[in-house]
Design a protein around this ligand. Structure first.
Ligand code: UT7
Length: 317
């Protein structure tokens, strides 16, 4: 783990501001989700611009220049263009001219899928230094008249710089284990009703929130238990639990079911809303910047999202 970085749009939108546009209230949003505000991209702010800014911050923390990077994996469901990938656009913006860059799409689980993928490239010896980026502008696929979805999501990006290095010692650092799952039978509970090959439009996000909620806690706790079983670690040995930030009630219920103490849970959902693939790296960057996550700490990340997709990764920081 060489560095992390984050980027948010300039404008924060409060619950009160949304209550002036749709039939909702600050009280309902806070009680049901824990969200108090979200950032919304303005003109000129895009998935690629936010992802590039987050990547630059992670590279600065790692002490890397563009010449050091040979792998870029971007998790996003809201690319700037249908093609080329946001990853190659970010690659060009960073001035990286070697290696490979590609997008990966697993909606809210995207960052866990991207981290696990990049780690396998590094372990195989194919690449040496990777940027793993979660970047989203969900504000651009929301139906701003649908109160059941528009209050939940926000924009932003987070990036992690990871490096292949053989480490000795009893507690080697890096991704210790990752567990990824998907089940396409749940498609209709969370999807976008457009796309290049169907409507020829971008479409809008549709979610059966209560249905997603019902599955979320069980799915994420399963893959966290798998990660504990694979490594012999446990809720007691864990230093930080950094879940996908969709809903504070899902986060609290998952932590409670897993026996993870409340003080170990990193929560940024109040400030950022649900930023899909960006939510975990935004939370990681926040907790590194404020001094909570330190070198050597044991950190569990997990997410669940459209598809359904879900997964966990256990990291020695
Ligand atoms: O990141 C990918 C994974 N996504 C998630 O994890 C999201 C999972 N789902 C959730 O977080 C929650 O289900 C929601 C926050 C989306 C909804 O909370 P809920 O407690 O499941 O509420 P509900 O959908 O059961 O709705 C309760 C009531 C309904 O009214 P009735 O039918 O009881 O009269 C809704 O129409 O709240 C109403 N409602 C609202 N009221 C005020 C729905 N949205 C709003 C709103 N403001 N924005």
């Amino acid at each position: 783990m060489a560095g992390v970085g984050m980027a948010l749009p300039a404008r924060a939108v409060s619950n009160e501001e949304l209550a002036a546009r749709v039939d909702t209230s600050d009280e309902w949003i806070v009680q049901r989700t824990g969200i108090r505000q979200r950032y919304v991209a303005g003109e000129g702010e895009t998935t690629v611009s936010l992802g590039t800014a987050a990547a630059r911050a992670a590279m600065a923390q790692a002490g890397w220049t563009a010449a050091d990077v040979d792998l870029i994996v971007v998790a996003t469901s809201t690319p700037d263009h249908t093609f080329p990938s946001s990853a190659t656009e970010i690659q060009a913006a960073l001035g990286v001219t070697r290696g490979v860059a590609f997008d990966l799409q697993a909606v809210c689980s995207g960052f866990v899928f991207a981290l696990s993928t990049a780690e396998k490239f590094l372990v195989s010896g194919a690449n040496a230094r990777a940027l793993v980026i979660g970047a989203e502008t969900f504000s651009r696929i929301l139906d701003w008249t649908d109160r059941t979805t528009c209050v939940l999501f926000g924009d932003g990006a987070g990036a992690m710089a990871i490096e292949a290095r053989r480490e000795g010692g009893a507690k080697p650092r890096g991704v210790l284990t990752a567990h990824l799952r998907s089940d396409g039978r749940h498609r209709d509970k969370l999807y976008v009703d457009g796309g290049p090959s169907t409507t020829g439009t971008v479409g809008h996000l549709k979610m059966a929130g209560r249905e997603v909620f019902k599955h979320a806690v069980g799915m994420v706790t399963d893959v966290v238990v798998d990660a504990f079983a694979a490594t012999g670690e446990s809720a007691d040995t864990l230093d930080w639990f950094v879940p996908h930030q969709a809903n504070e009630r899902i986060i609290d219920a998952s932590a409670e079911k897993l026996g993870i103490a409340a003080g170990k849970v990193v929560k940024t959902v109040a400030l950022h809303g649900n930023t899909s693939a960006a939510s975990i790296p935004l939370a990681l960057a926040t907790a590194v910047a404020d001094g909570r996550i330190k070198r050597g700490d044991l950190v569990m990340v997990e997410a669940m999202g459209g598809g359904f997709t879900w997964g966990s990764a256990l990291i020695r920081w």
